[in-house]
Structures are given as structure tokens and as C-alpha cells.
Design a protein around this ligand. Sequence first.
Ligand SMILES: NC(=O)c1ccc[n+]([C@@H]2O[C@H](COP(=O)([O-])OP(=O)(O)OC[C@H]3O[C@@H](n4cnc5c(N)ncnc54)[C@H](O)[C@@H]3O)[C@@H](O)[C@H]2O)c1
Length: 331
Amino acid sequence: MNFDRYILITGGAGFIGSHLVRKFVTEYKNYFIVNIDNLTYASNITSILDLEREPNYKFIKGDISDTSIIKNVFDDFKIDSIIHLAAESHVDNSIENPLLFVQTNILGTINLLEEVKVRWANSNSNHLFYAISTDEVYGSLGKKGEFSEDSPYLPKSPYSASKASADHFIRSYGNTYGIPFVISNCSNNYGPNQHTEKLIPLTIKNVLNHKKIPVYGDGQAIRDWIFVLDHIDAIDIVFHKGIIGETYNVGANTEIRNLELVQLLCVLIDKKIGSKNSENLIELVADRPGHDKRYAINSSKIINQLDWSPKTKFKKGLQITIDWYLDKLVK
Ligand SMILES: NC(=O)c1ccc[n+]([C@@H]2O[C@H](COP(=O)([O-])OP(=O)(O)OC[C@H]3O[C@@H](n4cnc5c(N)ncnc54)[C@H](O)[C@@H]3O)[C@@H](O)[C@H]2O)c1
């Protein structure tokens, strides 16, 4: 059977990747999707096991920084585009073990670029290296302002430095070797299937287990949140309509202080399961070293040029997320 496109999605067993793989495999029957993921602790392959029976899908357990595995993938499938998500993604872990982030996020990305440099020497209009990056590459904001696509890269954690470095390499391969690329930089995602090390699922889990909910510092750091399926729609649109060599910022204009968010979650969960005063479980703990104070992203470029907009209201998205974790965590 021949397909119109052969797309390699990296990190497709992770939080965002699993939603993306599901959308592309089920909505684009004319695309063949190869999902490569080495199944780190952060992955959850069981959430997409049902896709294994689809004729347009293949999962490969492998490390993106392993040259021979990537060569084999390109030998076995006529990969014409990559949507690259595989990464170490937790800032706290990057503070503990920066080299792991260099290995996966930087060297893994370069390994993919080196392969496409050779494989895509004869250009084809389907060729595309699409990197899913983060707003954290822009650093931290003061009280005012927003990140735009023109904001300078000022990463402040080993995680964001590794993502920034990967972005720089992608742009340099585009400039030097003509590799067609596009990059989108997204704000904090939330939704089903995120590892419980991250703030929102951690809060839900700890409320359910009557455990303390740690919040860094004074809890006043501000994050800008987007429901994961809105991000997936943005990725779909950038993949199909994004202009080669461009960057698109993606966010949902939903800034909230960490403490306020955790308090809101406690109220919503209490209402849902009939528990009381879960807010009392909140505990302010020593701040994360170098903790970024505020992120806020301006998405007007993708909204105006590619006709994308986020659909999910914050409270609605939180309800969906809480329901999903209640279903998974309460056995
Ligand atoms: N979660 C967010 O809020 C957010 C926001 C903006 C951008 N991003 C970016 O989106 C991408 C996905 O983020 P996520 O939250 O889904 O992360 P995640 O940690 O949930 O998933 C990452 C996936 O990559 C896989 N992986 C890790 N190292 C690998 C390797 N060497 N080879 C193959 N697979 C490997 C893991 O097994 C996991 O399944 C990342 O590149 C991240 O930087 C995330």
C-alpha cells in the first residue's frame, strides 16, 4: 500500500506526542506514521497501544541519538518529514543531570539532522523538519511584556538551554544545507497523559492521596497555560501550512500564578469528589534554583497568518484533565 506521506514522529509515546500520534494516525489515513520513542520514565505507551492495529502506523522503540537506529528507520521507511518532540522535558531533572539533556535534546536532534542532510539531498516538496520547541528558550519576563517570535533567546535552565541549542542547530542546518524546517515555540501544556512529576497532575495525585502539595518559593511564578489538544491543532496547522524557515509562537493567553493554579485545582477537585479544604495540603518549599519568574506568549502570528486559535477555556480544560486523572488514579 502506498501512502501520500511518510512521517517520523519522535517522542510519540510522551505527553504531547501521544496525542499527536493519535490525531495523525486516525485523521490522516493517507499518511504513514512512524513513531520512535525509547520509552523513558516519562512515556506512556499504553495510552496508544490500540493504534498498533492501524495499517498506517508503526512504533519503534529506539533512541534518537543512536545513529544506526535512525539510519535503519530511514532505510525501512521513505521518511519525507519529521515532527520532532522526543526530549528530556523536566526542568528539575535538567538541574540534576544536565548531560542527559545535552545527549537527547541536542545530540539527538543533530543526529536526526545529519540523517536528513543525506537522505533529503534531492529536494521534494514534502520534505520538512518540524521541531516542537518551548517558550522557555526566551528566558523569563518581568511584570510586563510577552514573548514574540523576535524575542532574543535567553534560556536560563539547562533544559531550556538544550532546547535553544537544538533550535539553533536546526536553523543552522536550514541555512547551511538547505534543510526545510519550521519551529513552533509553545507555552506550558496541560491535559490527559502527562507524567505526574509535572505541576497539574502532581497536584491532582497528591490531593487524591492526601499528601502535601509542594509549590516552589512564594508560589508567585507565573506560567501561561494551553490545553494539549489546542497545541496539537496548532502543530497540525503548522505542519500543513507553516512557511519554511519560519517560527510560530503558540499559547492560549492564560497566565496564572502557580499558587493560584494549585488553589484552583484544589477547589475543583474538592467539588468533584466531595473532599474538603484540600488547599491545606499546599506547602511552600525552597525555590527551584534559577526559577523563571514569568512566561507569557504572543500568538498573534499563528492566529493571523495560519488561522489557528485555541478553543479550550482554562476551567473546562482543567475539568477534563481532572476527570481523566481521577479515572486513571482511582482504582
Ligand atoms: N509539555 C510542555 O508544556 C511543552 C511545552 C512546549 C514544548 N514542549 C516540547 O514538546 C516536546 C514533548 O514534550 P512532552 O511534554 O510531551 O514531553 P514528555 O517528557 O512527556 O515526552 C517526551 C518523550 O520523548 C521520549 N524520549 C526521551 N528521550 C528520548 C530519546 N533519546 N530517544 C527517543 N525518545 C526519547 C520519552 O520517552 C517521552 O515519551 C518536547 O520536545 C518539549 O520540549 C513541551
